[in-house]
Design a protein around this ligand. Structure first.
Ligand SMILES: C[S@@+](CC[C@H](N)C(=O)[O-])C[C@H]1O[C@@H](n2cnc3c(N)ncnc32)[C@H](O)[C@@H]1O
Length: 163
């Protein structure tokens, strides 16, 4: 069971440990006591070999800057079940110009902020289970932000509104 957070965050099938670690670090920085991870790509359970163990130690000590010591990682085994039963609003960050623009969006306590995976975003099966969508409008030519950068911007906005 997650400890109380003002908002929650779900990392949906992250693909790269540096991005996942950076989001764990930012979550802890903003005071979250726990973070949900749908670890479809097995980043948290690497094969039991020397290289993978070294990678995990690196994740813990260096990439999260020690944050992992202070935040509970809650692995989600069944994402459909989790999303169907989550008690607050499910707020997905999406590359969709028609979604709510971040600057107009009003966060609520217990919102679940969802970050998609680096290459695919959210799976099509998950989209119907989401209540709200948020988009950070691009002003330049680059089509999208790095997922961990998105995390920092969105959580900063949510915490700024609610704390
Ligand atoms: C690198 S993006 C690409 C995802 C995928 N190619 C797609 O089209 O959905 C990975 C994740 O970062 C987040 N993201 C990146 N840029 C964003 C933006 N401008 N607005 C909202 N979310 C964004 C979303 O969570 C997205 O699922």
């Amino acid at each position: 069971m997650a400890q109380e957070n003002i908002v929650n965050a779900l990392l949906y099938a992250p693909q790269y440990r540096p991005n996942m670690s950076s989001m764990i670090r930012s979550a802890e920085f903003y005071g979250l006591k726990s973070i949900y991870i749908y670890d479809k790509n097995g980043l948290l359970d690497p094969p039991n070999n020397k290289t993978s163990r070294a990678d995990m130690n690196h994740l813990a000590r260096v990439w999260t800057a020690g944050a992992i010591e202070f935040i509970e990682i809650i692995k989600i085994p069944d994402i459909q079940d989790f999303l169907k039963n989550y008690s607050g609003r499910k707020v997905a960050t999406l590359l969709d110009k028609n979604a709510n623009h971040l600057s107009d969006f009003k966060f609520q306590a217990n919102d679940l902020i969802i970050l998609g995976s680096e290459k695919q975003g959210l799976d099509p099966e998950a989209l119907p289970l989401v209540d709200q969508n948020i988009y950070i409008p691009a002003l330049g030519h680059t089509p999208c932000l790095n997922v961990a950068v998105t995390f920092g911007i969105v959580v900063n906005q949510a915490i700024g509104q609610l704390v």
